[in-house]
Design a protein around this ligand. Structure first.
Ligand code: SAH
Length: 228
């Protein structure tokens, strides 16, 4: 199944793009985003999701749903990946921090839009598999670190944008600190395994943060290895 030729996925990939566009339009009242920008649509069209799912999930690689990737984790739903990417408003100069590399699919989307992506993953097997996939796809502007992303990545801060793809009980203060003035943080906040609140936090030029609720979502939990 892994040997299925790429062109087999083309029509499914195109259909997924249509679905994501429709879902973006359908949720505009909540999200304030009716249309994905051209660069985000191009990134969605360019990243081959079938390269990021385990062999047993290949039949659903282009379904607009999360899928298991092992270690109790999931690759996120493409619509949510696209929406969160859009909310970050990246450009070719952006330096981005991602917390929760997982499969590396979201990482690849970010890497195609930004200058540099720093991604933190706490499960070594997932970090290593994602690193290998990105290398095989020739994506070279990503650095992955195995650590608890609750603390961000101090040495590489500050960031133009930060994305957290696991649900936090509250917004980690270190992440807000590591955001540049004018920067944006997208993060699901709420209880484990129930509906959470996707939020965007914008830090204005004077360093004051403003939070906005975007959409109810369900993410796997941001796991804390130890409390501070
Ligand atoms: N964007 C990823 C989502 C993976 S699921 C994708 O689409 O594939 C969330 C990921 O966050 C999991 O891989 C999980 O191991 C990781 N994670 C959970 N808590 C974390 C923490 N404290 N620090 C870093 N990564 C964490």
């Amino acid at each position: 199944m892994n040997d299925r030729p790429v062109e087999d996925y083309e029509s499914e990939h195109r259909r997924l793009l249509e679905q994501v566009i429709a879902e973006t339009r359908g949720t505009a009242d909540l999200t304030g985003c009716a249309k994905l920008s051209e660069p985000v649509l191009r990134a969605l069209a360019a990243v081959p999701r079938h390269r990021f799912v385990p062999p047993a999930q290949l039949a659903w690689a282009y379904a607009d749903s999360p899928l298991p990737i092992g270690c109790g984790q999931t690759i996120s739903q493409p619509f949510i990946v696209a929406l969160m990417t859009e909310l970050l408003a990246l450009d070719a100069r952006s330096v981005v921090l991602e917390v929760g590399t997982g499969s590396g699919y979201q990482t690849a989307m970010l890497a195609s839009l930004a200058r540099r992506v720093y991604s933190v993953e706490r499960v070594p097997a997932l970090a290593e598999a994602a690193e290998r996939r990105l290398r095989e796809l020739g994506i070279a502007n990503v650095e992955i670190r195995i650590a608890d992303g609750y603390w961000g990545w101090e040495e590489k801060a500050p960031f133009d944008a930060i994305i957290v793809t696991a649900a936090a009980a509250e917004v980690p203060p270190a992440l807000v600190r590591q955001l540049k003035p004018g920067g944006r943080l997208a993060i699901p906040v709420g209880p484990q395994h129930r509906s959470q609140d996707l939020r965007v936090i914008c830090k204005d030029e004077s360093g004051v943060s403003h939070s906005r609720s975007v959409l109810p979502v369900v993410f796997v939990p941001l796991v804390r290895d130890y409390e501070d």
